[in-house]
Design a protein around this ligand. Sequence first.
Ligand code: GLU
Length: 297
Amino acid sequence: MYRGRFAPSPTGPLHAGSIFAALASYLDARAQHGVWLVRIEDLDPPRESKEAAADILRTLEALGLTWDEQVIYQSQRAAAYEEALARLDARKLLYACNCSRQKLSSAGTVYPGWCRDHHIVRGSATALRCQVGDASISFIDRLQGEYSQQLGRDIGDFIVHRRDGLFAYQLAVVVDDAWQGITDVVRGIDLLDSTPRQIYLQGQLGYPVPRYAHVPIIINAEGQKLGKQQYARPIERTQPGQVLFRTLQALRQHPVADLATASTDEMLAWAIANWKPQNLAGIRDLPEFEGSASPAV
Ligand code: GLU
């Protein structure tokens, strides 16, 4: 049984880029008669708000993207993440790291393992890193084809528990995808290079590996990812039909013109029946589309 999910971090209202990913994941699940879940990834309280989470859910509802089962909040899942850390620890994969931000930035993007053999005592100012050894991870993305990383060379030992005491995204996402029985992850291509780390953790924790499909991200005129950082305008809830129609066009589903004035339910029924994820194959980014920054009122 197909089980998919949309897993937004509640750092602000949904914008065109996140609605694009949400709709792709929803259509993929429904086209396969699957279950579609929403998980709020509220792991980082200083960057997030309760209002943003509520706002995201209201927007999904307005668009007709109804989810199954209960919404899961990662802020409630600390015990499960602790347990996963303990299992990694029992496998001797974890070590404490006290490298300063400055020192880390001198290393660039690959952590060279400085603290690996230092037996640093775990405490309030240390992160926990997971050793990757010489693991090579390769998988076939449904849209992007084969993707491989040699983790030691491309990433280095990576953080699973942050020095500020928060659980790392890579850990939480793997624990929750397994706990929720997710078979299919459909999400933005900005997370493609995280996937080998997640597959590695799934292996270490004895979890199944879901199928992955990484959809393009939406970029603005300057070539930056449309995201909260760029203050993409939130999508108004007052014009859900327009937003859906334009997002279907951006997803290259070629909605027939007649559909532009249909109800959201009719539009979604058409889109589920005609879902062609292959139209996005090999595409890494797409320009902002008409109405993505500010739907016409
Ligand atoms: N919470 C992540 C984000 O909003 C997405 C996680 C995922 O889909 O794996 O970027």
